[in-house]
Design a protein around this ligand. Structure first.
Ligand code: ADP
Ligand code: ZN
Length: 818
């Protein structure tokens, strides 16, 4: 009988692929183990074993697998079930989910470069024949690819050889492509077993009487050991024992000391824990907690709607403590940018070494380590705090999922596929594990609040700030008049400058919000009206004054700022609109004696840029901080007395059916950074349109009214949460082909699915990186299977893909959140 294995390849193909395996392999292989398989021309992929069977594929000759990479599954059944849900719900392939779900350290590919690390003066006895051949090849060549190794070794099972060489630290794999996991180790020193007996040791010391440094090193070692009663690190003996590396080395050469290596958990923290039981919740928090626990019994999902600084985090901490006590795993999910050291430290304070962080800023080794710790249900990863990709971790005993700032749009992944929403995928994950799920926000998304008042989720509220601090006052400042009468100082109204002066006199800090980076979004010629455009995208270039550049915020294209108009040659260039850079410049002129700083994508690019700015602001090295929406994300500053929103109108006028909901959330969240601890804070919102309903609702914190009006509008115009929606984007570099293809796609949709098909239409930016875009929006009927409709759409795509003329056209789906 023949045996076959179906695998999931980490690439965008719809189907599983079948490989032939031996009977022995068939017995050994389990779903969720990794195998290396050949695919396409001389490519090797890491794939996931899915099922073993005896059915020979009919369409193609099954190839043999290259190697089995695991002893036990690295992906669990529940994970695969969840990943399958993601793939079908978000209309992508399972392979795309695997690619985004597995940390890159667990994916090894044929494009991987194998580089020499320590190949000189290796003892041949350390290497087996295959390893020797690889090392020899690497002494002549600076790098090798997997296909080179297949040729050199004359066989296909090369991955195990690579893995052995990596483990021995002889070669490394190039990180940008795929890096193999290697645990971080520490080097320790111990006395060779032969010298453990006391008389032997004395003999050695006498023998070393002419090498005083070495005998002193031995004595230092004993002294450290008797003090700490712990294994001694080489670095420790060096520093605390005051012994040089050379002396230690000499003793190892003489066989008196031995080196050994111990794996170290690289994502570990200090150990001074505080008892969470010692934190007393106030009545409002306690009530909310009780409600949540009650509703968990009924719904398993609950929404905590607590105003900014009401102490939601402390409520989460109590729930986390309960889950830990039950021995369950906990996942605390946050938008990437809100995942600050501030919050991590707050968790560490109570749960110390049980807290692991899973984060895209961490390198692949660190992520694999957390992965393995979760897989093996280690204490060190009992509580995982992470951004959306932490959803992919191999939990087997998940008891609680907290999704903080659940309204945040950055929970949605836009590129690449899977284009999933981490809150929604998280809810499904929790249900799969029968775990409790808590959504938290000071400005809940319409969807979640809608579900809560419909009784689908439990609902708990905290309506006042912790410590009875008042919510900040919000004042709307009409700048229409002032602008007309030319009474603005740059973009600052007299009212704002006065409030700022007062706050600074009180030694309070100030946050200014402007949701645009750069100096000005448009540079226009006042003679001919020409504005500089990006050559690759259909947008105008943004002026960045400090660098003297015009930059495209879509593709990164940039040129030096011209002195004259490209079109007419006149020097009458003028800027329109304004960004954070311009505000910062004006600030320096208005408040020259105060420290100002700017927080946006341009100033936080470096690895620690963001954290440094937050720390400097916390330490009061900065008086006034100007920023984009980065400054809104759940930060807990203690001394901010005033928040200024420079211009509310650009937010409100954004062409998106969610613009009003988002503006409300954004402004209330920015306002929430003011006056969090003692004194009531102030917020000033500059606008041309102070009677706008959303601004009125923001200024009175009237979430309920905003909610009611927005839900009503969504129902009138058929948008979520009233109905379901999918946006299909077609992309191509050929303008005519794209138009034709989009018409074809839309016509087919109209023919075969129920519900409304809108478009095709160009989006606001109709060309990005030289690709033209067109959107088709499908609004699903209120009744009927969402799943079936998605399947019909996919079927249309299959026919579409079969048309050779459209082969180059990319089709992208965004589900629910468009
Ligand atoms: P939220 O998450 O709702 O914005 P936080 O949890 O950040 O609010 O709480 C705001 C501030 O109040 C924090 O500095 C926090 O330490 C403090 N705080 C909240 N609850 C308590 C409590 N029960 N005991 C002591 N301090 C608390
Ligand atoms: Zn561009």
């Amino acid at each position: 009988m023949q045996f076959f294995l179906d695998v999931i390849l980490p690439i965008p193909v719809e189907r599983l692929f079948t490989y032939s395996i031996t009977e022995e392999e068939a017995k050994f292989l389990k779903k969720g183990m990794r195998v290396a398989v050949p695919f396409g021309k001389a490519k090797i992929y890491t794939a996931l074993a899915y099922s073993v069977h005896n059915n020979k594929p009919t369409a193609y000759e099954a190839k043999e697998i290259e190697a089995i990479l695991d002893e036990a599954p690295v992906v669990t059944q529940q994970q695969l079930e969840h990943w399958q849900w993601i793939s079908s719900y978000y209309m992508c392939t399972l392979g795309e989910v695997v690619r985004s779900g597995l940390p890159s350290g667990l994916l090894l590919e044929s494009e991987t470069l194998i580089l020499p690390k320590q190949i000189e003066n290796l003892e041949d006895t350390l290497l087996d024949d295959d390893e020797f051949l690889v090392v020899e090849a690497l002494s002549n060549q600076s790098s090798l690819q997997i296909k080179d190794l297949i040729a050199i070794l004359g066989k296909k099972t090369v991955l195990p050889v690579i893995q052995r060489l990596v483990a021995k630290d002889i070669v490394s794999l190039k990180e940008e492509i795929r890096e193999k996991y290697s645990p971080k180790t520490s080097k320790y020193v111990k006395l060779n077993a032969a010298y453990e007996a006391e008389e032997k040791l004395e003999a050695v010391l006498t023998q070393l009487s002419r090498a005083p440094k070495q005998s002193k090193a031995i004595l230092s070692y004993f002294q450290l050991f008797s003090e700490t009663k712990k294994p001694i690190k080489e670095s420790q003996l060096e520093k605390e024992g005051n012994v040089s590396k050379a002396v230690i080395r000499a003793l190892v050469d003489k066989g008196i000391f031995d080196f050994y290596h111990v794996e170290e958990d690289r994502v570990s923290f200090g150990d001074k824990e505080k008892d969470i039981a010692a934190v007393t919740l106030n009545d409002l928090q306690q009530n909310a907690l009780n409600t949540i626990i009650d509703t968990f019994n009924e719904h398993k999902i609950s929404l905590l709607y607590g105003v900014t600084a009401s102490g939601k985090t402390e409520v989460y901490l109590k729930l986390i403590a309960t889950a830990i006590a039950k021995g369950q795993q906990v996942l605390y999910l946050l938008p990437e940018i809100a995942l600050t050291t501030q919050l991590i430290n707050r968790l560490k304070k109570y749960f110390g070494n049980k807290v692991a962080v899973y984060h895209s800023k961490y390198n692949s080794n660190e992520r694999v380590e957390v992965w393995n710790n979760v897989l093996n249900q280690k204490d060190s990863a009992q509580v995982v705090i992470g951004a959306r990709s932490a959803l992919y971790l191999p939990f087997s005993n998940l008891g609680l999922l907290v999704i903080d700032e659940e309204h945040e749009t950055s929970f949605k992944q836009f590129d690449p596929a899977p284009r999933y929403h981490a809150r929604d995928a998280g809810i499904v994950l929790a249900q799969l594990h029968k775990a409790d799920c808590l959504l938290g926000s000071a400005t809940p998304s319409l969807e979640s609040y809608f579900n809560a008042i419909k009784g689908k989720y439990g609902l708990a509220k905290i309506e006042r700030r912790f410590g009875n601090v008042f919510m900040p006052t919000i004042e709307l400042v009409d700048i229409k008049e002032a602008t007309r009468k030319k009474r603005m100082n740059g973009h600052f109204s007299e009212r704002l400058i006065k409030a700022m002066t007062e706050a600074l006199e009180e030694k309070e800090q100030i946050i200014l919000f402007q949701n645009r980076r750069g100096f000005a979004p448009i540079v226009e010629c006042t003679t001919c009206g020409h504005a500089m455009q990006c050559p690759n995208c259909d947008v105008s270039l943004t002026y960045h004054q400090r660098r003297g550049q015009m930059r495209c915020h879509y593709c990164g294209y940039h040129v030096l700022q011209p002195k004259t108009c490209e079109a007419c040659g006149n020097t009458t260039l003028d800027t329109k609109g304004f960004g954070t850079e311009q505000i910062e410049q004006e600030l320096k002129a208005i408040f020259p004696s105060h420290n100002t700083a700017r927080m946006d994508l341009d100033t936080t690019r470096g690895k620690h840029g963001y954290a440094k700015l937050i720390a400097a602001f916390e330490n009061k090295e900065i008086d006034i901080l100007v920023g984009t929406q980065m400054i809104t994300k759940g930060l807990d500053f203690r001394n901010v007395g005033l928040v200024g929103i420079m211009n509310a109108d650009t937010l409100l006028n954004f062409p998106d059916y969610r613009a009003h909901e988002k503006s409300f959330q954004l402004m209330v969240q920015v306002a929430g950074r003011a006056g969090r601890t003692h004194k009531r804070g102030n917020v000033l919102i500059q606008t041309y349109n102070p009677y706008h309903q959303i601004l009125q609702q923001v200024s009175t914190y009237d979430y309920e009214k905003m909610f009611a009006e927005q839900v009503y509008e969504r129902e009138q115009f058929n948008y979520p949460p009233a109905i379901r929606i999918v946006k299909i984007t077609l992309k191509d570099r050929d303008y005519n082909k794209l138009n034709e293809a989009a018409e074809w796609f839309a016509a087919s949709l109209r023919n075969s699915i129920r519900g409304q098909v809108l478009g095709p239409e160009y989006p606001a930016v109709a060309r990005i990186r030289n690709e033209y875009l067109k959107n088709i929006i499908v609004k699903f009927p209120k009744k009927g299977s969402v799943h079936a409709t998605k399947k019909s759409i996919k079927r249309i795509q299959q026919s579409f893909d079969a048309i050779s003329r459209y082969r180059s056209v990319k089709v992208v789906y965004n589900v629910d959140h468009i």
